[in-house]
Ligand binder design. Structure first.
Ligand code: 13P
Ligand code: SF4
Length: 304
């Protein structure tokens, strides 16, 4: 699949080199954005890369919480979000005030916050997690009871796979949460040889039908390690591009063409060039918030 706009693609690469910038892209980004990036990955990989880079500028092609996470980890670097309108509806389903209140009602139990959240929410959390490490994160906590926010589906998945009592927050990803059992069954009937890999943001009745539950990069690894050669992909349709590129001899079917995150599709090549050229789209996290959020993000990244 040829996706590059050769002129603009090369201009972006030249500009990134001249400005000592690294371009990170999430696995759901449009194909031409993934192609121009230095690194594509899931939320965990993007945070780890941001924490380790020696670039002066981090261009974060994804949604706002990803750029905020980079800004939390790298206060001395310039973090740019090419399209400032790219947000995450699930991240907006929790506020720091409501979270502090709920934690108090529950007697101060640890709050485990999915990285799909604002910096302000991370700042009042004990530890962060991603879809790739949620079970590991819960298992590192000595307490038996936790409050997880904002994704209730991820929390139910974690509860089913640990011994912890998990209190839910009523947030969800609108696109994953809408995936129905009927759509999965129809896809399985159409592709009877295929394994079904699902993202933990899907509802529990969908996860019950999965052969494997993975983060986006986990899906790419799973497909490589599996002896199967056909897969139904139960996550945002953008993943079809990197997973097919990584495993060109295998076949991948989106479980539903409705599973599209409009925010993840907002980045255009021109936005990347513009933000690098004009140093626009800068994401800064207020220092008092950053210091507290950093503790929760660092605790997660330091888990081996
Ligand atoms: P991961 O790529 O970390 O699995 O996250 C999925 C997601 O919804 C990001 O917004
Ligand atoms: Fe948020 Fe869902 Fe989009 Fe991820 S896919 S950015 S969780 S709305």
């Amino acid at each position: 699949m040829k996706t590059k706009n050769p002129t603009l693609h090369q201009q972006i690469r030249d500009l990134a080199k001249a400005k000592k910038a690294i371009i990170l892209a999430h696995n759901y980004q449009p194909a031409q954005i993934q192609d121009v990036a230095d690194l594509c990955g899931d939320s965990l990989e993007m945070s780890i890369k941001a924490a380790a880079t020696d670039a002066d500028i981090i261009v974060c092609c994804g949604v706002r919480f990803m750029a905020e996470t980079a800004a939390i980890l790298c206060p001395d670097k310039i973090v740019l979000l090419p399209n400032l309108d790219a947000g995450c509806p699930m991240a907006d389903m929790v506020t720091p005030e409501a979270l502090v209140k709920r934690k108090k009602e529950l007697g101060g139990i640890p709050v485990v916050t999915y990285v799909n959240s604002s910096a302000a929410v991370k700042a009042v959390s004990d530890i962060c997690c991603t879809s790739a490490n949620v079970i590991k994160v819960l298992n590192t906590l000595k307490e038996d009871e936790v409050l997880m926010t904002p994704d209730r589906n991820l929390a139910m998945y974690a509860a089913a796979n640990t011994d912890k009592k998990v209190h839910l927050w009523e947030g969800y990803c609108p696109c994953h949460n809408d995936l129905s059992v009927e759509a999965v069954k129809a896809s399985k009937a159409a592709h009877p040889q295929a394994l079904f890999i699902a993202h933990p943001e899907c509802p529990p009745n969908v996860l019950e039908l999965a052969d494997s539950i993975q983060s986006t990069s986990g899906m790419i690894r799973f497909a490589g390690e599996s002896s199967a050669d056909q897969f139904i992909i139960g996550t945002e349709t953008g993943l079809i591009y990197p997973i097919s590129k990584a495993h060109p001899k295998k076949t991948f079917f989106p479980v539903s063409d409705q599973l599209v995150c409009t925010d993840m599709k907002k980045t255009r090549l021109q936005d990347i060039w513009d933000c690098l050229e004009n140093m626009s789209g800068r994401v800064v996290v207020e220092e008092a918030v950053r210091i507290k959020a950093l503790a929760a993000v660092k605790k997660m990244i330091n888990i081996k």
